[in-house]
Design a protein around this ligand. Structure first.
Ligand code: MV4
Length: 496
């Protein structure tokens, strides 16, 4: 079935990103927006746009009924959910399908299977994908927990089956803490997700976060588009992402990739998905969870593979077979993405709300900017504070780092504080440069960042004073005029 018109159930840069590919493929686009987004770029970029309610997400971008009604009324064939909002909501996926529309994403059944970590672990065990030692079932009693904890050894983590992104996770250092932490984790999970089941895992200290991009089509074919390393994150918010990882060997890459594809196929997965792993210093890897959406950091994968992931999503949703095989895919160069968020690098990333008074972006080869802001726009408090994604592609990792440093230098945002100063620091950090970094990076280096950048203004002022003194000095011996126009006044007169 050919898709001719897509409703994008999202806002910001990802809405524009999806519309860009749709337009390239000759597909019409429909935007939805909330009252604060009336003048947002994703609204003017679309072929048609409809207001679906007040600013609050629950009254607009999360309104399944309104979004589906707009799609039907405007004669769309399909809905693309982007990331966040309704993208991993299986009930929404089902409603879309039941309305006779195509959902550009996985089937609701695969989403449900992956939404429960315990279910996902069960499948992973069955097909031999490595898991962190611990329980792979819900724990029902503290007695059971104690036995498992002894076998697993401390420290360990209690995790909620329904959780995600670190929610409902508790560290337990010794048996005395076990009972209380388990109760806390379970009641937290119950109130947050309506599912109080928890399981136990051995705590892996200082792991790397490496995720595999996979695609499956409707004909039981699956491929992996290699990995992304996203170890620079703070409170489960990624700040810097790169592809490929600086530490994987070709052998481990292939094994992880194949495991990720097998897992997806075993769940009846269709479309774009990401399989997350923890990787330790010895390159042992452990399946964590699967994200059933297109991810924020997908552009780094596009840069190293030369593929348009949104195009692949659309083609797969139309029923097309994946038009290449695993052996056709290669990694070209190295890509890095930094997330520019309206958060203050110097105050532990406190939100920095306000109006963007200056917004100048770098222009150079091998730079991509996915954004949806213009000078004079305000950052709405209701949504994610990401202003832009800055992505660069280099011939190798060092080249990409150099390009990113210069791109950041030429990115000028005024009016709000951003994560750019910290990103800039990351690219100068020796541990980052050597690839010897893990998910503890920000904990470990945040103070150093503050100390190193604290006197930057003073250092710049000092340098200016020194330069001024030096220029004065040389002027005394060798006077130079600011504007010497004698060459012009004394030139030979020519008649034309
Ligand atoms: C872990 C772990 C250490 N050991 N599991 C955090 C989010 C959730 N998806 C899983 N997470 C972790 N699980 C075991 N057994 C450490 C983390 C973790 C983490 C993982 C990926 C990226 C950043 C992280 C930051 C802190 C903790």
């Amino acid at each position: 079935m050919k898709i001719r018109k897509i409703l994008i159930a999202n806002r910001g840069e990802i809405a524009i990103r999806i519309m860009r590919t749709s337009r390239k493929l000759g597909i019409k686009t429909v935007a939805v927006y909330s009252e604060v987004d009336r003048k947002a770029p994703h609204v003017s970029y679309a072929d048609e746009a409809y207001c679906i309610g007040p600013a609050s997400s629950s009254e607009s971008y999360l309104r399944k009924d309104k979004i589906i009604k707009v799609a039907l009324d405007s004669h769309c064939d399909a809905i693309h959910p982007g990331y966040g909002f309704l993208s991993e909501n299986s009930e929404f996926a089902k409603l879309v399908i039941d309305s006779g529309l195509v959902f550009i994403g996985p089937p609701a059944s695969a989403m449900n299977k992956m939404g429960s970590k315990i279910e996902a672990k069960k499948t992973a065990t069955e097909i031999g994908v490595p898991l962190v030692p611990g329980t792979h079932n819900a724990i029902s009693s503290i007695e059971e927990a104690k036995i498992i904890a002894q076998r697993t050894s401390y420290p360990l983590l209690i995790k909620a089956s329904a959780g995600g992104g670190g929610k409902g996770m508790r560290l337990v250092n010794k048996e005395e803490e076990l009972e209380e932490q388990m109760k806390m984790a379970s009641s937290e999970a119950l109130s947050a997700f309506g599912d109080g089941s928890v399981f136990i895992e051995k705590y892996v200290a200082n792991p790397k976060h490496i995720e595999i991009q996979i695609f499956c089509d409707q004909h039981n074919n699956g491929v992996y588009l290699f990995e992304r390393e996203c170890s620079v994150q703070r409170r489960h918010q990624k700040l810097v992402e790169e592809a490929p990882s600086s530490c994987l060997t070709e052998k481990v890459r292939q094994k992880m990739g194949q495991d990720a594809v097998n897992l997806a196929l075993a769940c009846g997965y269709v479309g774009a998905g990401t399989v997350e792993f923890l990787v330790d210093d010895d390159l042992n890897y452990y399946f964590l969870e699967m994200n059933t959406r297109l991810q924020v950091e997908h552009p780094v994968t596009e840069m190293i593979t030369g593929l348009d992931l949104v195009e692949l999503q659309i083609r797969i949703a139309e029923g097309t077979k994946i038009p290449f095989s695993q052996s056709d895919l290669t990694i070209t160069g190295h890509a890095i993405e930094v997330r520019i968020c309206a958060e203050d690098s110097f105050t532990n990333f406190l939100p920095s709300i306000g109006t963007i008074t200056k917004y100048q972006t770098p222009t150079a080869d091998h730079i991509r900017i996915d954004d949806s802001y213009k000078e004079g726009m305000e950052i709405p408090v209701q949504y994610d504070p990401m202003i832009a994604k800055l992505i660069v592609h280099g011939t190798n990792r060092l080249d990409a780092i150099q390009k990113m440093k210069s791109a950041i230098y030429n990115f000028n945002i005024k009016g709000v504080e951003t994560t750019l100063p910290f990103c800039s620091y990351v690219l100068e950090n020796d541990n980052f440069l050597s690839g010897n970094y893990n998910t503890n990076f920000i904990n470990k280096f945040y103070d150093e960042f503050l100390n190193e950048t604290k006197y930057e203004d003073e250092i710049e002022a000092g340098a200016k004073i020194a330069l001024y003194a030096y220029l004065n000095e040389i002027q005394k011996t060798k006077p130079i005029k600011a504007s010497d126009n004698s060459w012009y006044l004394n030139r030979k007169k020519t008649s034309y």
